[in-house]
Design a protein around this ligand. Structure first.
Ligand code: OFO
Length: 172
């Protein structure tokens, strides 16, 4: 495997692993704050990110490269509110999208069309994740600080998590 591509994919492995830890931290925060639906959504999302990482690990190794399992920095553990948490989630996803676009760009420069094709799955996944985060933020903006609204939101997000393609690896 081309060394530049291998390095770029290993960087992406690290980013997916960091995303998984970040959402796991959000899940834990939501759980201890009595938001079981939000916690389930975040636990599922953390699982999805781990799956994204594993998919890259396997691809790199199968293509004759060497996937390196990265050390991960501790994510933040306190989030002021659910609204703030989803703002952070969207901001994080935007950085991941930029990183994926960078990998795609390297693939084109290096004329590695196989990896380019493989990365298209991540391009679509990012579009879906960004759209979902934006729609959740829209709901949260409508609810504002209303307690009853937050209760209904927490139930609704549980349904969203249960209907997401890769979500039902754990039961809420
Ligand atoms: Fe891996 O999709 Fe989000 O970060």
């Amino acid at each position: 495997m081309n060394k530049q591509i291998e390095a770029a994919l290993n960087d992406q492995i690290s980013k997916e692993a960091s995303s998984s830890q970040y959402y796991l931290s959000m899940a834990s925060w939501a759980e201890v704050n009595g938001l079981s639906g939000t916690a389930f959504f975040m636990y599922s999302h953390a699982d999805e990110e781990r799956f994204h990482m594993l998919k890259l690990v396997k691809f790199v190794n199968e293509r004759g490269g060497r996937a390196v399992i990265p050390k991960i920095a501790q994510p933040p553990s306190d989030f002021d509110s659910v609204h703030r948490m989803f703002e952070l989630l969207l901001a994080h996803e935007l950085t991941v999208t930029a990183a994926i676009n960078e990998v795609v760009d390297i693939c084109l420069k290096e004329k590695d069309y196989t990896t380019h094709n493989f990365m298209q799955w991540y391009v679509s996944e990012q579009m879906e994740e960004e759209a979902l985060a934006r729609s959740i933020l829209d709901k949260l903006r409508l609810i504002g600080n209303e307690k009853g609204g937050m209760y209904l939101f927490d139930r609704e997000i549980l349904e969203i998590a249960n209907s997401t393609e890769n979500a039902p690896k754990i039961k809420g």
